[in-house]
Write a protein that binds this ligand. Sequence first.
Ligand SMILES: [Zn+2]
Ligand SMILES: [Zn+2]
Length: 265
Amino acid sequence: MGGTKISITLCVLGSGSKGNAIYLRSGQTSLLIDAGLSMQQLGRRLAEIGVRLSEIDAILLTHEHRDHLAGIKVLHKHYPLPLYLNQATRQAAGDLLPEQSRWEIFNNGERFRVGDLTVEAFSISHDTVDPVGYVIHNGTHKVAIATDLGYVTNLVREKLKAADLLVLESNHDLEMLKNCPYPWPLKQRVWGRQGHLSNAESASLLRELCHPKLQHVVLAHLSETNNQESLVRNVVQRVLTDCASHEVVYSIASQDRIGQRIHLV
Ligand SMILES: [Zn+2]
Ligand SMILES: [Zn+2]
């Protein structure tokens, strides 16, 4: 027993305001975190990494915004998977979710098992009723996921610490956001404390989170209007070169195609 290492695989299937979903597998357990893409897109994108929809065991939901759960109702008709979410999110999502389902309601901050994995949801600041990020352990690795957050609280800092694999929002470049054609209230929403994390905020958090076990960082939920991959690369590369004593691989999740298939052994 002791010392047996269990691998973990993660692939961001899509990330951004048009639809989010992350595939994660460890041991005999396969999960989706959010299902904001259509069932057809989910199926296609999973097929690219050799996975079938029928292999998914459960879905964890972060919050009730459409880009995180738009695919669930149709998916549920074909694959009635257990849905993990908190009660407030379930209520707020209303008919975006199926009427009947195997609800697995959790309290934020409580650890629960999903197959071979231990999962904990933690509160984040975003303009929905009770949004969460996730920490997922398989006994060997810790994966932490935080997208759709307006600012970094101490709780977020605490929960993202010591992860081997980090999926972190890097939504916008502040200058691009300031100068973009969005109406003023929308700009305020995005950069507000319940909006989205900027490249600079994400980089400064990353600087704090650098530690010897960190292997891979995925920068996610990039704005199509107010960000560019090259800007994210510039910032992240600088941070990782400065602060890591070892090589930390990073990748950038996209809206239109699957991201890198990450496999930690
Ligand atoms: Zn979102
Ligand atoms: Zn959102």
